[in-house]
Design a protein around this ligand. Structure first.
Ligand code: AMP
Ligand code: MG
Length: 396
């Protein structure tokens, strides 16, 4: 039996980046990771531009005190000035418009009063050169690496890629995640369970967890507790997945066929049990580059096992530098006493800058997990915390 940290190290050792490919930069690329540096194709802004609606001036003309200036031209955004601003002159312009030659500052229109045809009085004695001017190349210069390889695509990154003229980029792909629930007691959500049967909640939950972690889930169905039939499904999963998730059948009961089936299909098992609660039986194996997770069948255990081990692996495959899980120390919102024989992960909810344990009935209780966005990482043994005490928390 391995400790969580050791089991995670084993998993991550086997999780290499997938081969990058060129992909379109649609919103579907959100969360993907760039596989190559992206450079700016031009300066931004490409010209010194106005940050306000107002008047381009020579600052020295206005700093002397309110004086009348002659308006020599109007320049809306998208137009280009054709005249240089000389002493006693100004150009009417709008946010985003290029600053004309000769001008070195902008006075806001709120500080201007029309005093005749094409004449304006500007009251801004504090004006200094550079006021309300966004200089050329301030954001980036042509040739700058603006998005280095390894950058995850956030909304801002997708905007920036458009700003430098990109519609596609070299990206690490979304890992293909095969999902297989196992158990003779299972029926799908659209079926009425017969005596002794329950609905398959792990299939949809794991597909959603895989999608949230950046994978592309493919649901393979329910594997029955029958070796030949289970084997056919697992073979399909191994052949078509970067990561294969199995739920149920990994324990040591008579009907827990997953470990044998995996061995017969050429999967090498690296982890069999982990010192944790819930989810002690947790199998991790590999066949070639395909990673296989045999998660326990109880939904709470499958959830915790996925977040602690499968999600970090998916992140590495997808090109992220930091696999997680993200662990932070947060003060408890209320007191907590617990007694566990193994390190325990308890569903919790972030409340501002603190964390509140959720009422939870243990591994089979999926309902209690619904509001969880964190797991308290409690040590083995008797623990007693007061409100405000810091506890380690895994963000999920
Ligand atoms: P197992 O790991 O196969 O021994 O299953 C442990 C418990 O989880 C049993 O009570 C199963 O009925 C339940 N279980 C297994 N698979 C699922 C599933 N896909 N959805 C909901 N419960 C399940
Ligand atoms: Mg089972």
């Amino acid at each position: 039996m391995l400790d969580v940290a050791d089991a995670l190290a084993v998993v991550l050792r086997h999780a290499g980046r997938l081969a990058p490919a060129d992909g379109p930069l649609s919103p579907a690329a959100l969360g993907r990771v760039l596989a190559a540096d992206v450079t700016a194709d031009r300066d931004s802004p490409p010209f010194a531009k106005s940050l306000r609606d107002g008047y381009a001036v020579r600052a020295a003309d206005v700093a002397k005190g309110p004086g009348d200036l002659r308006i020599i031209e109007d320049v809306p955004a998208g137009a280009v000035p054709t005249k240089a601003v000389g002493p006693g002159q100004c150009t009417r312009l709008f946010t985003g418009a290029p600053i004309p030659d000769g001008a070195d500052a902008v006075v806001m229109q709120e500080q201007a009063r029309q005093v005749g045809i094409a004449r304006v009085r500007l009251d801004d004695a504090g004006v200094k050169p550079g006021q309300w001017v966004f200089p050329r190349g301030q954001e980036m210069a042509a040739g700058d690496v603006v998005l280095p390889a390894g950058t995850p695509l956030t909304p801002a990154a997708l905007g920036l890629l458009a700003a430098v003229g990109r519609t596609s980029a070299s990206l690490y792909p979304s890992p293909r995640v095969g999902i297989l629930a196992t158990g003779d007691e299972l029926v799908e959500a659209d079926a009425a369970p017969g005596p002794g049967q329950i609905r398959n909640s792990n299939g949809p939950m794991l597909a959603a967890l895989a999608a949230r972690a950046g994978g592309t889930p493919r649901y393979l169905g329910i594997g029955r507790d029958d070796k030949a039939r289970l084997k056919a499904l697992v073979r399909d999963g191994l052949d078509t997945s970067d990561v294969l998730l199995l739920a149920g059948g990994v324990s040591v009961g008579d009907f827990d066929l997953v470990p044998d089936v995996l061995a017969e299909l050429g999967v090498t098992t690296h982890v069999r049990t982990v010192r944790m609660k819930p989810g002690k039986p947790l199998l991790f194996g590999t066949r070639g580059n395909t990673l296989v997770f045999g998660l326990p069948g109880n939904p709470g255990s499958a959830f915790v096992g996925f977040e602690l081990f499968a999600r970090p692996a998916l992140r590495l495959l997808a090109g992220h530098a930091l696999p997680g899980p993200t662990v932070v120390s947060l003060p408890l919102a209320g007191p907590l006493a617990a007694s566990n024989d193994r390190p325990t992960y308890h569903p919790a909810k972030l409340e501002g800058a603190s964390v509140r344990p959720l009422p939870w009935g243990g591994a089979p209780d999926l309902r209690g997990l619904v509001p969880a966005d964190a797991l308290l990482a409690l040590p083995a043994g008797d623990v007693r915390y007061n409100a405000g005490d810091p506890v380690p928390v895994v963000l999920v």
